[in-house]
Design a protein. Structure first.
Length: 216
């Protein structure tokens, strides 16, 4: 007899469902979500819905209004600036700390870069965006600082939400992203910490320009 697959707790299922909807822009900024609607969509009671919404509010994705629901917060120019600034600090630190890079890290980054190339060639931008997140997260996690790794995961989630529409509007950016990932990997392979930090700065900084309409 095949054992039954254990489902995640109800609150975790609601959390993942709503978070996915916000990050892939199924729920745009300004959308009001109700507990009843979400409970019906996921097939749970309202209690785990409340728990999940509280977690998402703490992450800055929603604002709760008693007896009304949860408002999906629009992305502000200030949030974009804050996320980019914090990413630059975390990733520059991680790139410098990654040198000399372990062979396992270099192998993993090369594998992710090749996967992203294949996804981009197939036109699967959503999958390429996920692989992009994994590429950067591997470098951050290589430093062994769990607090920074968790902070970074939240930053990448928020930037994914900001960047989905931009990537679709500027498909030429995908090729540039791949080239910049290659520059970061080459610098780590060469053991050149300053070149790795500079490549990260150029790569992460592009988003603030695109988000403000300063396409370059």
């Amino acid at each position: 007899m095949i054992p039954a697959v254990k489902q995640p707790p109800a609150a975790d299922r609601v959390y993942q469902y709503v978070k996915r909807g916000v990050l892939d822009r199924r729920y745009e900024g300004g959308t009001l979500l109700t507990e009843g609607e979400l409970a019906g969509a996921v097939g749970v009671s309202r209690t785990p819905v409340r728990e999940a919404l509280l977690r998402l509010e703490a992450e800055g994705l929603l604002r709760l209004y008693p007896k009304k629901g949860a408002l999906v917060l629009p992305v502000s120019a200030q949030e974009i600036a804050d996320v980019v600034e914090t990413r630059l600090l975390v990733e520059a630190h991680a790139a410098r700390k990654a040198v000399p890079a372990a062979p396992e890290l270099l192998e993993r980054l090369a594998e992710l870069l090749e996967r992203q190339r294949e996804q981009a060639a197939a036109g699967d931008l959503a999958a390429a965006a996920v692989t992009d997140r994994c590429f950067h997260a591997e470098i951050v996690r290589s430093g062994g600082n769990e607090i920074l790794a968790r902070l970074y995961d939240q930053l990448r989630d928020r930037q994914l939400r900001m960047g989905v529409a931009v990537l679709h509007s500027h498909p030429d950016r995908v090729a540039k992203t791949l080239a910049e990932h290659g520059e970061i990997l080459d610098a780590l392979r060469a053991g050149d910490a300053e070149a790795a930090v500079a490549a990260v700065g150029r790569h992460v900084g592009w988003f603030s320009h695109l988000a403000r309409g300063e396409v370059r």
